[in-house]
Design a protein. Structure first.
Lengths: 330, 287
């Protein structure tokens, strides 16, 4: 717990302090990172704590973003819009999840991929509602009842607060009894079933929660980007988020956050030099997988492990959870 | 009425293309337990290779043969060099193939540009057969014929040869096959290369029908994944039936509900999953 408080403290300090160090562009980038971090954490929850590898998670992000875009034409109330984005994404996750979780492993991956592509096709084809391939502008304004939030810095702090809020929420969730049961189901579903837990109910719970969170991230993105397009539900976008999670470290919450940050910074950095960002991204993923040392957060673990062993302290226990977390992707 | 019969042919022709690519996908999944997300990229490469060979003034048939061989060799290289390194770690292998889709698609964009192109229908088949008032393009009939011949060959391989027996055994119980002294890694390489070659074949044959454009690898991958889910894991028969079903539904769906064809395909998958979670011809695998 002490460790958790420490991480949260660091997050709060960096969120509040960063704008003093960054340029205008940097603040924008950091804002995007917070939104993507929420999105990546939702997938990280699914992959790292429930062992459900989805390649269609962007579907819920897009649902959230399109909810803000489409409903925002009629109702300009930030509370209603964000709440309905969360609820709609969560409900659709519940509905589709009740079917998807009947399948296991790679079937789940293939079906979620197909679902994401279905929404992609629909976003293209239902032009009257979604604007088709051209996408649509978000006309809703970010007003919580005390004036419109329009300055980049204000938006930055809003997204930063949302990000920390979600982080704490998820931290509490994974450490709650339900969170532990879900992790238990990931590690050994048949044992948990034998112990009398409803495996499907818990899987559905975590899938819906992840969907709702992705919807939340999507709604924030809608406000931030002021524009939505079918690309938000394209399977390669789902894949990019998955890369963020793997990049940062599966099986932790802070891993996807780091992954999202590094991914977006790299993307911006490399794209400014070459058009071949996709090629480099793919190569990075291939390398990362081949090396097989997990994500960034696990590298920290390795250093720590080495450090502790060299100092000869008794603490072998600390290296254990890291090993276990790596198991997730093996 | 006659327009629908002609459209049926188109649907079946598309179905055959899906069958060729899905057959490789399903067998790779069945034997290696890897969802090869780069399979759509092999399809794309098949088309582009054939396009390149044809622009070197080779005729269609030679280009077809070479493109299939080159794609299969690429499959061998990728399997030996990358996928084999992660032997036994299936999720990582899937992620690896996913990384490869980025690499291959971007390389293709780099080399061949983003312009939409098509492969010309070969001279021999550039005609149509007229029955009554219905006009059937010969090339589509040819694609259907190739698909059927392939289905027969696959059936023969699967049920009458030693290789087929090993592969069937591999789908059922990988560890047992290895324990019986069969070189599983060699089988994996072979299966992967075979699948890649089939995807390449599908790509070349699809060239005159679908054309070639950036992003086609994703489109075809998703469709063939749905075929695999509907047909069942590791089953050629399932892929055959599933692919024709999808081809027909997609083509007819485009006529009746142009904006919802993808939704109908997806709903079919949902219905199949609800009734038979293991797919039409899939075996129940305990996992």
């Amino acid at each position: 717990m002490k460790n958790n408080l420490f991480i949260i403290l660091i997050l709060i300090i960096s969120v509040s302090g960063l704008p003093f160090l960054l340029s205008g562009f940097g603040v924008d980038l950091a804002t995007e990172i917070y939104i993507m971090a929420i999105f990546a954490m939702s997938l990280g929850l699914l992959m790292g704590f429930a062992g459900m590898v989805s390649l269609g998670h962007a579907a819920f992000f897009a649902i959230g973003a399109y909810t803000v875009a489409i409903l925002g034409q009629f109702i300009n109330n930030v509370y209603i819009l964000i709440l309905s984005a969360i609820i709609i994404a969560g409900l659709i996750a519940l509905l589709t999840g009740s079917l998807f979780i009947r399948t296991s492993n790679f079937y789940f991956l293939m079906i979620t991929l197909a679902f994401g592509q279905l929404l992609y096709a629909l976003a293209w084809q239902l032009e009257n509602w979604t604007g088709g391939a051209d996408g649509m502008r978000v006309s809703a304004t970010l007003d919580f009842g005390f004036g419109e939030i329009a300055s980049p810095l204000a938006i930055y702090y809003l997204m930063g607060i949302a990000f920390i809020f979600v982080y704490i929420l998820l931290k509490l969730f994974v450490n709650s009894p339900a969170g532990r049961i879900i992790k238990g189901i990931m590690e050994n579903p048949s044992r948990m079933a034998a112990l009398g837990y409803e495996v499907r109910v818990y899987k559905l719970l975590v899938y819906s929660l992840a969907g709702a969170l992705a919807g939340f991230a999507g709604s924030l993105y809608g406000y931030f980007n002021m524009f939505v397009s079918p690309d938000l539900t394209y399977w390669k976008f789902s894949g990019e988020v998955m890369i963020m999670v793997i990049f940062g470290g599966v099986g932790t919450l802070i891993g996807p956050v780091l992954g999202a940050g590094l991914f977006i910074i790299l993307q911006n950095f490399i794209s400014s030099y070459t058009e071949r960002w996709q090629l480099i991204l793919g190569a990075i993923l291939v390398l990362l997988v081949l090396v097989g040392k997990g994500g960034i957060i696990h590298w920290f673990g390795y250093f720590k492990e080495k450090f502790i062993i060299r100092k000869g302290t008794k603490n072998v226990e600390t290296s254990k959870p890291i090993e276990e977390e790596r198991e997730v992707i093996t | 009425m006659s327009i629908y019969i002609v459209q049926l042919l188109t649907g079946v022709a598309y179905g055959m293309l899906y069958f060729m690519i899905a057959a490789g996908l399903t067998i790779i999944l069945g034997v290696m337990n890897v969802v090869n997300l780069a399979h759509g990229a092999f399809f794309l490469l098949g088309t582009y290779f054939a396009f390149t060979f044809m622009s070197l003034h080779l005729n269609f048939w030679l280009a077809l043969l070479l493109a299939v061989i080159v794609t299969a060799i690429l499959g061998i290289i990728i399997e030996k060099l990358l996928i084999n390194k992660l032997y036994g770690k299936e999720l990582e292998q899937v992620l690896l193939t996913f990384g490869l889709t980025f690499v291959i698609a971007d390389c293709a964009k780099w080399i061949w540009g983003t312009e939409m192109q098509t492969i010309a229908v070969p001279e021999l088949l550039n005609s149509s057969i007229t029955i009554g008032e219905m006009v059937f393009p010969a090339y589509r009939l040819f694609v259907v014929l190739v698909g059927c011949i392939l289905a027969v060959i696959l059936w023969y391989l699967e049920s009458r040869t030693r290789v087929g027996a090993i592969i069937r055994a591999g789908v059922d119980d990988r560890a047992m096959v290895a324990a019986l002294g069969i070189n599983v890694r060699l089988v994996f390489t072979g299966v992967f290369a075979f699948g890649a070659g089939l995807a390449g074949l599908s790509g070349v044959l699809g060239g005159p029908l679908i054309g070639m454009y950036t992003g086609m690898d994703s489109d075809i991958l998703v469709t063939s994944l749905i075929v695999v889910v509907i047909g069942g894991l590791g089953s050629w028969k399932g892929s055959f039936v599933g692919a024709i079903l999808i081809g027909l539904i997609e083509t007819l769906g485009k006529i009746w509900f142009p904006s919802l064809s993808m939704l109908i395909v997806f709903l079919l998958m949902v219905v199949v999953l609800m009734i038979r979670p293991q797919g039409l011809y899939g075996k129940v695998v305990s996992q």
